[in-house]
Design a protein around this ligand. Structure first.
Ligand SMILES: [Zn+2]
Ligand SMILES: [Zn+2]
Length: 70
């Protein structure tokens, strides 16, 4: 059984899978956002990426307010 990449303890249910890299981690260790769960690393990466995407999408959205902030 692999260890949780976040806390380093053996994985035991309830576990979730990172929506980005597929890493298994404790539900309590996962970061939840936009209805998906991410590991710490991907959450940080996703934050960066989302910021860029928001900037790129701002025109396409026609000035709509961005959704829920991080
Ligand atoms: Zn954990
Ligand atoms: Zn991940």
């Amino acid at each position: 059984m692999p260890d949780c990449p976040i806390c380093g303890k053996p994985l035991e249910p309830p576990t979730v899978k990172c929506a980005n890299c597929g890493a298994e981690l404790h539900r309590a260790c996962a970061k939840r956002t936009m209805g998906k769960v991410y590991c710490k690393k991907c959450f940080r990466e996703g934050k960066k990426q989302t910021r860029y995407e928001r900037m790129a999408q701002r025109d396409a959205w026609g000035g709509n307010k961005p959704g829920e902030m991080w």
